[in-house]
Design a protein around this ligand. Structure first.
Ligand code: FAD
Length: 389
C-alpha cells in the first residue's frame, strides 16, 4: 500500500482536527478516554454525541440516502485517528450508530429506517444489544427468551444478561424465539423493544473494576408492536449475524493508537518509579512495544484490504486473540509497576488509578465479542481448514 495521504484525506484531517480542537473542551474534555460510563456523566456523554451529530460526524460511513456522510474507508480511518489523538471520549452511541443503524439499513423496513435512523444520527435515542442470556452466550442460537404475537402486539418473556448500557438505553434489540415449533436458528426473530415500560426490568451489575458497565434485563410480559421485527419472522439469526458483522474495519487502527498512548504512559511510569533499569521490566516493555508494532502493521494491512473493497474474514479472529492477550499483559505490567498502590480502592468502590482499571477490565477482553476459545475454533476450522469439533 502507498501510505502517502491524498489531498482529500489531508483536508478532511484538517477539518476533523480543527473541529475537535474547538469543540472538545470543558466538560467534554473532562470525560477523558475511560471506558467507564456512569450515571454521573451520562448526560455529558449524550450532549457530546449530539454535538457530533449536529456537525455531521455521526453515521460517517452510512449512505447519504439514510442521512449519513458516506465517507471513504481512508476518511473513516482519518476520523478515527484524529478522534483518538485528541483523546475523544468513549462513544456512548456505539450500539445505535455502530450496530443497529447498519443493521436497519441492510435488513430493516422503510418504516423502521424512517423511525429509528434519524434519532440515532442526532444522538437522541440510545440502544443496547439483547443477545446473551444466562444459558446462551457463545451458543447464541440457544436463546430462550420468547416472543408471542397476540393481535398486533408481541409479548416477550425471558432474561438477557451482560447487556451493556441497558440502564441508559431507551430501546433494546432482542434476539428471541418466535417460531416455537421450529428448531435452533429457524426459531429466532430480531425484535426492537422499548425499555421504559412495566414489562421490562433493568438491573445493573457491577464488574471487577466497581463499574456497572452491563446489566441483567428481565422481560415479564414486555410489549412491542407487530411491525418491530427486523428482517422478517424466523430470520433473526441472519439479522443477528449481520449485526455482529458490523464491527468497523478501521476500529483496529484507532485501537492500536489508544494502545500506543497507553504504552507510552506505562513506559513513563516505569521511568518515574526508577524501574526502567530492572531487567525483567525492560523485557516486558520491549515485548509489549514489539507486539504493538505488529498490531500497527496488521491494522494497516486490514485497512489496505478494505480500501480495495475486501470484507472482514475469519482471519479477524487472529487480531482479536492477539490484542486481547496483549492488553491483559499490559494491565499486569501496570499493576506490577504500581506495586501496593494497585490494591487501593476507595470506600465507594472507585479506583485510585486508570492503570488499575486496565488490569481489572481487561479480564473481560477474552470473553466479549467472541471468547478466546471460540476465536481459536474459528481460526482452526475456517482459516486452517481443520476438522469441525
Ligand atoms: C464486558 C462485556 C460486555 C458485554 N456486552 C454484551 C452486550 O452488550 N450484549 C450482549 O448480548 N452480550 C454482551 N456480553 C456477553 C458476551 O457476548 C458473552 O459473555 C460471550 O458471548 C460469552 O458467552 P457466555 O458468557 O455465556 O459464556 P459461555 O458461552 O457459557 O462460555 C463459557 C466458557 O466456555 C467456553 N466455550 C463455550 N463454547 C465453547 C466451544 N464450542 N469450544 C470451546 N470452548 C467453548 C468459552 O470460551 C468460555 O470460556 C458482554 C460480555 C462482557 C464481558
Amino acid at each position: 500500500m502507498d501510505f502517502s495521504e491524498t489531498d482529500e484525506a489531508t483536508s478532511f484531517r484538517h477539518e476533523v482536527r480543527s473541529w475537535l480542537n474547538e469543540k472538545l473542551v470543558g466538560d467534554y474534555r473532562k470525560l477523558g478516554t475511560s471506558a467507564e460510563m456512569g450515571a454521573h456523566d451520562w448526560h455529558v456523554r449524550v450532549s457530546w454525541e449530539q454535538e457530533l451529530g449536529r456537525a455531521g460526524w455521526l453515521g460517517l460511513t452510512w449512505p447519504k440516502g439514510f442521512g449519513g456522510r458516506e465517507v471513504s474507508v481512508s476518511e473513516e480511518l482519518v476520523f478515527a485517528q484524529e478522534y483518538t489523538l485528541a483523546n475523544g471520549p468513549q462513544r456512548a452511541g456505539f450500539f445505535g450508530e455502530g450496530l443497529l443503524g447498519p443493521t436497519l439499513i441492510t435488513f430493516g423496513s422503510p418504516e423502521q429506517q424512517q423511525r429509528f435512523l434519524p434519532p440515532i444520527l442526532k444522538g437522541e435515542e440510545y440502544w443496547c444489544q439483547g443477545f446473551s442470556e444466562p444459558g446462551a452466550g457463545s451458543d447464541l442460537a440457544g436463546v430462550r427468551t420468547t416472543a408471542v404475537l397476540d393481535g398486533d402486539t408481541w409479548r416477550i418473556d425471558g432474561q438477557k444478561v451482560w447487556t451493556s448500557q441497558a440502564q441508559f438505553a431507551q430501546w433494546i434489540f432482542v434476539l428471541c424465539r418466535t417460531e416455537l415449533e421450529e428448531k435452533a436458528h429457524k426459531a429466532l426473530s430480531y425484535l426492537l423493544v422499548p425499555i421504559d415500560q412495566p414489562g421490562v426490568e433493568v438491573r445493573p451489575l457491577k464488574d471487577l473494576s466497581g463499574n456497572d458497565h452491563f446489566c441483567e434485563v428481565f422481560f415479564d410480559g414486555a410489549l412491542t408492536s407487530a411491525d418491530m421485527v427486523v428482517g422478517g419472522r424466523g430470520n433473526g439469526w441472519k439479522t443477528a449475524m449481520g449485526t455482529l458483522g458490523f464491527e468497523r474495519g478501521t476500529a483496529f487502527m484507532a485501537q492500536q493508537l489508544r494502545f500506543a498512548k497507553e504504552f507510552a504512559n506505562v513506559r513513563a511510569l516505569a521511568q518515574n518509579k526508577g524501574l526502567d533499569e530492572d531487567l525483567e521490566i525492560r523485557q516486558r516493555l520491549a515485548r509489549a512495544y514489539g507486539e504493538l508494532e505488529i498490531m500497527r502493521w496488521s491494522g494497516l494491512r486490514n485497512v489496505t484490504r478494505f480500501i480495495k473493497g475486501g470484507q472482514p474474514g475469519p482471519e479477524g479472529s487472529i487480531g482479536k486473540l492477539f490484542w486481547s492477550k496483549w492488553h491483559q499483559r499490559l494491565g499486569e505490567l501496570e499493576a506490577d509497576l504500581l506495586g501496593a498502590d494497585a490494591l487501593v480502592m476507595h470506600d465507594e468502590g472507585t479506583l485510585e488509578h486508570d492503570f488499575q482499571h486496565t488490569f481489572l477490565f481487561s479480564r473481560a477482553h477474552t470473553i466479549y465479542a467472541g471468547s478466546t476459545e471460540i476465536q481459536r475454533n474459528i481460526v482452526g476450522e475456517r482459516v486452517l481448514g481443520l476438522p469441525r469439533e
